[in-house]
Design a protein around this ligand. Structure first.
Ligand code: SAM
Ligand code: SF4
Ligand code: SF4
Length: 384
């Protein structure tokens, strides 16, 4: 694959000024062939943060000490409207995006979210297929909203749950939220017909390691896939330390001490999780017992296949979870000269073609130091 030509204007600044020169470059871009970044990676997955607010205070994401009662969130006028989000999403599908994940903050706090879901579910990929449209939630409002989301056309759901033990869970969400409500949310989602539900568990040494086996036992054979996430040094506020990361290899060893398991082949390129299945007594994979996944961004970086971009709540496109600057798409949409989805698609392509991010790989190789960086964007704003 040939390396794309480096576009001449870096638009990762605030705000982007649409000069005649930039407009001409964008208008002349060829979208017929594959749109690849500097490391020949396509754009396939768009994560959209619909709110920077959350009703939890998970210490690894929005610690209470930083996100206090007086914390200033984005004003309503800065949030992308559903129409703006849909225009950007449609533009992204023209570049080959096949999967959209709605996230936040807590996405179910965004009023009338089902209207956005309905708009996005009407979009089609370049092959004319429906998008893989999914949502990540802490499930605090899922019991109430599962049916609405299903009816609106949401394809799949990921629920975050870090412990089954009520005391540990209440401490981790730091809002005294009980585990039973999350489990009821998952049950309601199953009852209204969601299939392929995933549960994300962030593993933090010294906090919830003793929950690994009980969580696996609980979800084994239920059709819900549990995924273990290594605690990451995202943002600037969670006080991340390497000694609090439990490598996925250790989690796998704990599980294999209980049940025989085997690695499963990846379903698609750029998949974040490495999957493992349970074996039956004859040594064959027993699909009825389900699977577990490992997202190991600290110990096993997967940047070389990373095909994800993130759209922040206020309309900036970030090419990496660890980026410090994003491209202001909202400014473009709200500018004096109206732009259509075709122009937005070209603008996204222009941005994507400049991308060379590979933070986790460089961190793992020791090229850049691990740990939080003050300029780094918070996960609640950029979307997980
Ligand atoms: N509020 C929703 C939720 O918690 O599911 C969606 C947003 S949250 C930022 C998305 C995902 O990021 C969650 O599964 C959460 O556990 C994960 N996450 C947040 N901070 C993390 C960190 N420091 N390391 C690893 N995963 C993290
Ligand atoms: Fe909220 Fe999700 Fe972050 Fe927890 S991980 S604080 S639920 S946004
Ligand atoms: Fe992708 Fe950046 Fe994560 Fe690497 S560090 S996998 S480039 S988001």
């Amino acid at each position: 694959m040939s390396k794309p030509t480096i576009p001449v204007i870096d638009v990762r600044q605030r705000p982007t000024v649409m000069t005649p020169e930039l407009r001409a470059i964008i208008a002349s871009l060829d979208l017929e062939g594959p749109v690849l970044d500097q490391l020949s990676r396509p754009l396939r997955d768009l994560r959209i943060s619909v709110t920077d607010r959350c009703n939890f205070r998970c210490s690894y994401c929005m610690p209470k000490s930083v996100f206090t009662r007086d914390h200033t969130y984005l004003p309503q006028s800065d949030l992308l409207s559903f129409e703006e989000i849909t225009t950007i999403a449609e533009a992204a599908t023209r570049l080959g995006v096949k999967k959209i994940r709605i996230t936040g903050g807590e996405p179910l706090l965004r009023k009338n979210l089902e209207i956005l879901i309905a708009q996005l579910s009407a979009l089609r990929t370049t092959d004319g297929k429906p998008l893989d449209l999914t949502l990540t939630t802490n499930a605090s409002l899922l019991k109430r909203k599962a049916q609405l989301l299903k009816d609106a056309g949401l394809s799949r759901l990921t629920v975050s749950l870090d412990a089954l033990d009520d005391g540990i869970f209440r401490k981790m969400n730091d809002m005294d939220f009980p585990v039973v409500d999350v489990l009821e949310g998952i049950d309601t989602a199953l009852a209204v017909g969601f299939k392929d539900i995933k549960v994300n568990m962030v593993v933090k040494r010294g906090t919830n390691v003793d929950q690994i086996v009980p969580m696996a036992r609980h979800f084994r054979g239920t059709g819900v896939a549990l995924r273990f996430i290594e605690y990451m040094d995202v943002g600037a506020s969670n006080g991340w330390r390497m000694d609090e990361v439990l490598p996925s290899a250790d989690v796998l060893a704990m599980l294999q001490a209980q049940w025989p398991m085997v690695s499963l082949p990846a379903k698609s390129k750029g998949e974040t999780a490495k999957r493992y299945g349970y074996l039956d007594a004859s040594g064959a994979v027993d699909a009825s017992l389900g699977e577990v996944g490992f997202i190991s961004s600290v110990t096993e970086a997967f940047c070389h296949e990373c095909n994800r971009a993130r759209l922040s709540t206020d309309g900036r496109l970030f090419a990496c979870l660890f980026a410090t600057q994003g491209t202001d798409i909202k400014h473009l949409l709200r500018g004096e000269e109206p732009v259509n989805a075709d122009f937005v698609a070209r603008y996204l392509a222009h941005t994507w073609m400049q991308r060379s991010d590979q933070y986790s790989a460089l961190r793992q190789a020791g090229v850049i130091p691990a740990g939080n960086a003050s300029a780094r964007i918070e996960m609640s704003y950029i979307g997980g």
